[in-house]
Design a protein around this ligand. Structure first.
Ligand code: FES
Length: 169
């Protein structure tokens, strides 16, 4: 009687076997698809940290606009995105690299864009003003200063990274 309890019928054997083999095959097919779908999302965002922008000897005391491209990898999409920076040497000889993106609504600021306000960054969209060091002029639309690029100088070349909000902003 107890021997009969443990016996597996032909039908049960086939069910177990087919379920096992079917499950194994399904896992074999699904795993690459799941991995393909998730891998780019789980991978840390790749991209260039620092990009060569200009030679240090070419940086003047007057802000100049430099355009460069940054490789951006976003999940399955990879592209060279354009960036710009206003770069100059301050009175101490330090390199300052400012984002041209206005902190009001994101237009592009220009150095000396308003002849009535010389030596300022000017945003033509709503009259935003920033001092040379990128601080917003009170009473104009932007309430924060321009972002500052992470920078590094190596072998006479200026490299720029991400533009970060200034402290306290
Ligand atoms: S977007 Fe620059 S002042 Fe409004």
């Amino acid at each position: 009687m107890s021997e009969k309890k443990h016996r597996v019928s032909r039908r049960q054997f086939l069910n177990y076997t087919l379920t096992g083999v079917g499950g194994f095959m399904a896992a074999g097919m699904l795993m690459p698809m799941v991995r393909f779908a998730l891998d780019p999302v789980l991978r840390p965002t790749a991209g260039q940290d620092l990009v060569a922008v200009t030679q240090v000897k070419d940086i003047t005391n007057e802000p100049q606009r430099f355009d460069f491209k940054v490789k951006v990898v976003d999940a399955w999409h990879e592209a060279d995105e354009p960036r710009s920076a206003w770069v100059y040497k301050n009175d101490k000889g330090e390199i300052v690299a400012l984002s041209p993106v206005c902190k009001h609504l994101g237009c592009t600021v220009n150095w000396n864009g308003d002849k009535k306000k010389p030596n300022h960054f000017y945003c033509p969209c709503h009259g935003g003003l920033y001092t040379k060091d990128g601080k917003n002029v009170p009473g104009t639309p932007p309430v924060k200063g321009l972002d500052i690029y992470v920078q590094k100088v190596k072998d006479g070349t200026l490299y720029l990274g991400k533009a970060k909000p200034r402290e306290g902003a």
